[in-house]
Design a protein around this ligand. Structure first.
Ligand SMILES: [Mn+2]
Length: 248
C-alpha cells in the first residue's frame, strides 16, 4: 500500500487540484476523480470545508472518491463534525468558517441541497474516527492521537482526534489551549495529523503535522508513505500570519 495523506483543505478546491497534479494523479474522465497510475491511495485528514471558497465542491469530490468509487480514505475533523451536526438539524453556531459553507449550501437549489447533505452525512457516518494503516505503519487522525489512546474508541479518543489535546482553557484571543502531545510520543508508527496550522510540515518524534494553513494563505501539503516525503502547493488565499502556531 502506498498512500498520500492530504492536509486540511477547508474549501480550497483549486489548490487540491494542483496538489493532485503535482503528485502525478490523472483525472479519470468517466469517474471525474483523480487517480494515481501506480495505485496510490489518497487519505483525507479531515476539515474539508469552512472558510475557503469551494467547500461544497470539495465535499462532492471527496464523496465521489471515498464513497462512490471506494478509492480514497477519509477521517473527520472538528469542522466536519460541526457541519454534520448542522445537517442533523442541531443548533450550532455559524461561526469559525461554518457560515461560508452554509452560505454556499443555501445557494444550491433544494434538490442539490438534499443531495449534498445526504452525501456529506454518508461520508461522515461511514468514517472511522482515525485510521490505523498497518501496511504503512501509520495512524491517521485529524488532530493527532496520543500513544496510549491508539486502538481505543472511547469518548476521550473522539475529543482528542477531533480537537487535539485540549486543556479546557482558552487563550486571550479565544483559541483553545492545546498540549503539545507530539513531544511525548515515543511510538514507532507514524502519526499523521493536521488541525493546527503551521508554516512548514512539523515533524516531532514520529509524528507529522501537515496542516500548512492553505486557507490562511500558506500552502496545501501531502505526506506520502512509505516514502516519508512531503509535497506542497502554494495557496491562492490571502496570508494571515496570526493564524499560525508558534510551537517551536
Ligand atoms: Mn481542525
Amino acid at each position: 500500500m502506498k498512500i498520500d495523506v492530504i492536509g486540511d483543505i477547508h474549501g480550497c478546491l483549486e489548490e487540491l487540484h494542483e496538489l493532485f497534479d503535482k503528485l502525478h494523479y490523472v483525472w479519470d474522465s468517466d469517474k471525474h476523480i483523480p487517480i494515481h497510475p501506480d495505485g496510490r491511495i489518497p487519505v483525507f485528514i479531515g476539515d474539508l470545508t469552512d472558510r475557503g471558497p469551494n467547500s461544497i465542491e470539495v465535499i462532492d469530490l471527496v464523496y465521489k472518491m471515498v464513497i462512490e468509487h471506494d478509492y480514497a480514505k477519509y477521517v473527520p475533523g472538528n469542522h466536519c463534525n460541526k457541519l454534520y451536526r448542522y445537517f442533523l438539524g442541531n443548533k450550532v453556531k455559524q461561526q469559525h468558517g461554518l457560515e461560508t459553507t452554509v452560505a454556499e449550501y443555501k445557494h444550491l437549489n433544494s434538490k442539490q441541497q438534499k443531495l449534498i447533505r445526504h452525501h456529506f452525512m454518508t461520508l461522515y457516518e461511514k468514517a472511522e474516527l482515525y485510521l490505523q494503516l498497518h501496511d504503512v505503519n501509520a495512524v491517521i487522525a485529524h488532530a493527532g492521537i496520543s500513544e496510549k489512546l491508539i486502538g481505543s474508541t472511547s469518548k476521550k479518543v473522539k475529543t482528542f482526534v477531533l480537537y487535539g489535546d485540549i486543556t479546557g482553557e482558552t487563550h486571550p484571543d479565544g483559541r483553545p489551549v492545546r498540549r503539545d502531545w507530539a513531544q511525548d510520543y515515543a511510538g514507532d508508527q507514524w502519526i499523521v495529523y493536521g488541525h493546527t496550522p503551521v508554516k512548514e510540515p512539523r515533524v516531532v518524534n514520529k509524528t507529522i503535522n501537515i496542516d500548512t494553513g492553505c486557507v490562511f494563505g500558506n500552502k496545501l501539503t501531502a505526506f506520502s508513505l512509505p516514502e516519508e516525503t512531503t509535497v506542497s502547493v502554494k495557496s491562492n488565499q490571502s496570508f494571515l500570519e496570526e493564524k499560525f502556531s508558534h510551537f517551536e
